[in-house]
Design a protein around this ligand. Structure first.
Ligand SMILES: Nc1ncnc2c1ncn2[C@@H]1O[C@H](COP(=O)(O)OP(=O)(O)OP(=O)(O)O)[C@@H](O)[C@H]1O
Ligand SMILES: [Mg+2]
Length: 382
């Protein structure tokens, strides 16, 4: 389970640290930084897949994703005595991302490249990275670090440092090259976990959505990110997962309705008062979305962390309570971070279980959180 998340210099997240629990909901007014926080988690996962630099480029490059305000907002700027203006930089341009789990922590610092003869002069570079044991990075807890092209690993038994790489490309994370079963076993474990964080933010429910069509199904323990293999994913839960909980959550949400999966993996729903089951093509957007969320959340192969962006979109308000119950059930099997716009869902979650509600707000352009106790955090130094 992740216990802390830290982001610095990314969009409106000038310096955000969040303590996490098993079930977290992040909420706020429009434009306060929910999507940026979601993207920051995604970037961390992409780093472990070697795709973060390209992903940053697709967002407009480092220049556009970096915090656009001054390095420090002084008290006089906040009180209006001085205009908000840039001051002479005391530190380098940097975008930092990190998290701590119960066992390991990881942090990365991305920056601008050193000018050289290349057409890729805009590519951000990985400047430093660290992996440590426990909650906080420190001299005694760090066991892998990267500074520019050099990577060292510490032998966990003898405590001796050993050079592992001296020419790591600036566009690669050390997770890509130093994680192997012999030398970097812990890095390998951590990398696989980060790669497996599961993100859902564009489950398709439109008329042409593939989830509405019959298809050739194969065993699907993990629903695709667009939900295209819904029938196969539901049938997999029925066969090797928690079929009872699946039927219970459908009955809970739709007044005793039952679900079945047809010959060609088309989803069918039997509802009270109807003579025949309704096919996926006939279901309302909200109903289909609920089925997609059930398939994602009751996956027979739960990840360490699942992140849902605005799951309540297009759901009828009456479905928010059942959705909250479904989320609580799922959070007993994997850690959940839910980004939500809907106060009713946040309240339902708060009522249903121990939920960590994290409210974001914006002040002077920067995102601040409602958490009273900001968790300690140390960034690796350049
Ligand atoms: N480089 C930047 N520096 C500072 N602020 C930025 C930067 N890029 C975007 N922003 C601002 O950050 C804010 C947060 O954006 P984000 O998309 O995360 O909001 P949100 O909470 O998801 O909003 P919504 O509820 O509308 O989806 C926006 O107001 C945006 O204008
Ligand atoms: Mg958003």
């Amino acid at each position: 389970m992740l216990t802390r998340l830290a982001v610095s210099g990314y969009r409106s997240l000038r310096d955000v640290r969040i303590a996490l629990g098993p079930l977290n909901v992040i909420t706020c007014a429009n434009g306060s930084g929910k999507s940026s926080l979601y993207r920051a988690l995604r970037l961390l996962s992409e780093l472990a897949q070697g795709r973060a630099i390209a992903s940053l480029a697709s967002e407009g490059g480092l220049a556009s994703t970096l915090w656009a305000g001054p390095e420090k907002i002084s008290r006089d700027m906040r009180s209006g005595k001085h205009p908000v203006q840039g001051t002479r930089r005391s530190g380098p341009v940097s975008l930092k991302l990190g998290f701590a789990a119960e066992d390991f922590g990881y942090a990365v610092d991305l920056g601008l490249p050193i000018p050289s003869i290349t057409r890729f002069e805009q590519d951000p570079e990985v400047k430093v990275e660290s992996v440590w044991t426990g909650q906080l990075l420190g001299r005694s807890t760090v066991f892998a670090d990267r500074n520019g092209p050099r990577v060292r690993l510490r032998d966990r038994e003898t405590g001796e440092w050993r050079a592992r790489y001296s020419d790591l490309p600036a566009y690669d994370s050390m997770m890509m090259h130093c994680a192997d079963a012999v030398d970097g076993f812990e890095l390998l474990q951590l990398r696989e976990r980060m790669r497996n964080w599961r993100f859902y933010d564009d489950l398709r429910t439109d008329r042409d959505s593939p989830a509405r069509r019959p298809q050739v199904g194969t065993r699907t323990p993990v629903l695709a990110s667009d939900g295209s293999d819904l029938g196969a994913a539901l049938q997999t839960i029925v066969e090797i997962g928690d079929a009872d909980t699946l039927q219970d959550t459908i009955a809970d949400a739709f007044d005793g309705a039952t679900l079945s999966v047809g010959e060609r993996f088309e989803v069918e729903m039997r509802q009270a008062g109807l003579l025949r089951p309704l096919l996926a093509a006939e279901l309302s957007d909200g109903t289909l979305r609920y089925l997609l969320l059930a398939a994602a959340l009751l996956s027979p192969r739960p990840p360490e962390l699942m992140i849902l962006n605005e799951p309540e979109a297009s759901l009828h308000p009456a479905l928010l309570d059942p959705l909250a119950r479904l989320l609580v059930t799922a959070s007993q099997r994997c850690q959940l971070i839910v980004v939500s716009h809907a106060p009713a869902l946040v309240e339902a979650l708060d009522r249903a279980a121990e939920t960590l509600v994290i409210e974001l707000r914006k002040e002077w352009g920067e995102t601040l959180t409602s958490q009273a106790a900001v968790p300690d955090w140390t960034w690796p130094a350049r």
